[in-house]
Design a protein around this ligand. Sequence first.
Ligand SMILES: Cc1cc2nc3c(=O)[nH]c(=O)nc-3n(C[C@H](O)[C@H](O)[C@H](O)COP(=O)(O)OP(=O)(O)OC[C@H]3O[C@@H](n4cnc5c(N)ncnc54)[C@H](O)[C@@H]3O)c2cc1C
Length: 449
Amino acid sequence: MSLLADLRAALGDAAVLEGEAMGAKSSSDMSLTGTSPPRALLRPRTTEEVATALRLCNAAGVPVIAQGGMTGLAGGANPTGSEIAISLELIRGIEEVDTASATMVVKAGTPLEDCQRAAADAGLFLALDLGSRGSCTVGGNLSTNAGGIRVIRYGMAREQVLGLEAVLADGTVISSMNRMLKNNAGYDLKHLFIGSEGTLGLITRAVLRLHPPPGEITTMLCAVESYDHVVALLRRAQGTLGGIVAFEAMWRDYFQFNADALKLRFFEADHPFWVIIESTMAAGAIEAFLAAALEEGLIADALIAQSHAQSRQIWSVRDGHPIEALPNLLNFDVSLPIGAIGDYAVACTAALKQRWPEAHVSFYGHVGDSNVHICVSTLYRPGEDMHSVDDIVYGVLGRYHGSISAEHGIGTLKRPYLHLSRSPAELALMRTLKQALDPRGILNPGKVV
Ligand SMILES: Cc1cc2nc3c(=O)[nH]c(=O)nc-3n(C[C@H](O)[C@H](O)[C@H](O)COP(=O)(O)OP(=O)(O)OC[C@H]3O[C@@H](n4cnc5c(N)ncnc54)[C@H](O)[C@@H]3O)c2cc1C
């Protein structure tokens, strides 16, 4: 294949891997749905090398997939066998932390955790935080517009970006490394690449916003009697408590399963909903807030974590590792108007149990961000496949005008359902953009649109 010879000549032998040298990681992201290794794996070290690789692949009409930390959960970085994968992991490092403008210039392959640490070392705070922080890369975070647990206070990945450098399919480098909060000089091009999952260009560098450190965070666990009370608690906490940095709800089946498996018991009584609230307010204000919420019946019980260890115990139930061991577990990441999430959970559970009465269906998530995760474990009958679960979960979601992806992206897994969340006109505009930026369709084909 002369393309690989050209790539070797341009990037060096060490940057072009084939066969077993590519390692298993390039075959599948953490959705574990990848079925094939890529045709070859490129490991460029600079933006210029990415540009050269794309120019050569585009000229040859060979499809390309960007790969970051491979922690994605939607199959977005998975090859089908015909593509050349470009790993951004060697394009890593923090170029600058500017404390005056509270910004960080970072290369796309840098693990998120390294950026968080560098910000903290400079006395600042990078607000993006996900469970995969040690392995995911900034490029992957931005291309999926990742969410995480601090969205309620700071917004999604998109809100943390001031500037971006990306390489187009033909190798053109778009350097839009803005460092200013206000810049209305024409179209804000960075948004083309944020959330487009490597289908419009490869992100190579970014300017990230930093914040003052939030201060001491207090973790509370509240027992709540209904979904309406969860929503009322959210609004009350936002209105009176201030400084909320997390608001996570867990439905009984999710909480109980994980707490039992982890042998953790926080209260004597069982309750239908459990809410974790984190706030930076002083202890007195937090106690007063909980006392008032208890008196008004917004919560049935509450505890304030007395140590980091107890806070971690509470979060371990939310992180839900025990539930991952259930057979045939499928995870969904959807969003709905906050007031509709409770009814959706009831309708979705009923529809799934009508088909599979033995199914284990549980809900948890970033309810304050209108985002809920669904865990479905069931035993399939002969001839059934997992798409029958997708059909029900997304079918019911359509009735509530929800979105099939809150934060994990579309990738391959949700592509057949995109029409449930986007109108024909929106889909047509997405295709127009794709055609304009990538006329030969080489960037991550088969993903998103
Ligand atoms: C334990 C765990 C917890 C998680 N928690 C969350 C969470 O709370 N919120 C959340 O949103 N996600 C979460 N995720 C999902 C995942 O970590 C995020 O989607 C993450 O942003 C992906 O980063 P990555 O570097 O691993 O990207 P990859 O998985 O390598 O790629 C993801 C997508 O981005 C594209 N891509 C990668 N790098 C680039 C680049 N430089 N330029 C252009 N396109 C690129 C790929 O082609 C693919 O489409 C979690 C995953 C795990 C395993």
